[in-house]
Design a protein around this ligand. Structure first.
Ligand code: SAM
Length: 256
């Protein structure tokens, strides 16, 4: 338990209790550099929730949530179940602790599952019997990758992994991406990137154009790839005075 993980540091920032001393230490160092880190974590999570509600509103009933983390503050399956008790959710995370906690939370739920897998192994995710048993790849799926692609540097080919996942989806499926950028807060974010060198997931913040590339072949729904608080806000409180302070872009694309 000596090595901090991003999943657990994020859980701590969100007010969760599934974290250890090293994770809290990492989270506190992030807060030192970026005093509003807790607020930005919640803003990010709120984008995920709105994107899930959007997918439900256009009829999607299956979700593949990669880099799902520890389902502390609002889970995808809970949001989905309110709209349709039959909606199905497969969670995927690389962190064994996040997966173990998710497994406990999901015990006895026939419409949700969790597997431990690396997003850079898309065929292992798509071919996993638990995923295959729950999701029908011939029907539209919302593929959620929120606050996870910036944990994968280019040398691990995240673009290739996302392309394989997109290819496997049926027309009418959606890709939801939330991704950190250094563009609006360069000094803080370069320091945070350096700080994560010693964790299991060193960060790879990207520029707007680089994040847009993940959507290749998909049609971005309005308002496109924007600061996360600006993506289809549901109330005036969703949009802070300076949305760029979120330092995260969010967008949703549809497979034609
Ligand atoms: C910041 S959390 C985001 C959680 C959730 N998606 C959200 O937006 O609230 C990032 C998660 O991605 C997971 N992760 C990092 N690299 C991953 C990889 N290569 N494959 C799968 N999951 C990964 C981490 O373990 C962590 O749980």
């Amino acid at each position: 338990m000596g090595t901090a993980t991003l999943a657990r540091a994020y859980d701590y920032l969100l007010g969760g209790s599934h974290n250890f001393a090293a994770d809290r230490e990492l989270a506190k160092r992030i807060v030192t550099l970026m005093p509003d880190a807790r607020r930005q974590a919640r803003v990010n999570r709120a984008f995920l929730h709105r994107a899930v509600r959007f997918a439900l509103s256009v009829g999607v009933r299956q979700f593949l949530d990669i880099g799902s983390g520890i389902p502390t503050v609002g889970n995808v399956h809970e949001i989905a179940r309110k709209v349709d008790p039959g909606a199905r959710v497969a969670y995927v995370d690389i962190d064994p602790v996040a997966v173990a906690h998710s497994r406990q939370i999901l015990a006895g739920n026939p419409n949700a599952t969790v597997i431990r897998e690396d997003l850079c192994e898309p065929r292992a995710i798509l071919g996993h019997p638990d995923v295959r048993g729950l999701l029908d790849l011939d029907q539209p799926i919302a593929l959620l990758m929120v606050a996870v692609l910036h944990a994968v540097r280019d040398e691990r080919d995240p673009y290739g992994a996302v392309a394989t996942l997109k290819d496997a989806l049926a027309p009418g499926s959606y890709l939801v991406i939330g991704h950190a950028t250094y563009e609006s807060r360069p000094d803080e974010f370069h320091k945070i990137m350096e700080m994560t060198e010693s964790t299991t997931t060193p960060l790879a913040m990207r520029a707007h154009a680089e994040i847009l590339r993940f959507f290749e072949g998909f049609e971005l729904v309005e308002p496109g790839l924007v600061w996360v608080p600006e993506w289809r806000p549901e109330s005036p409180e969703d949009v802070p005075e300076r949305p760029e302070m979120s330092a995260n872009y969010g967008g949703v694309g549809r497979k034609p």
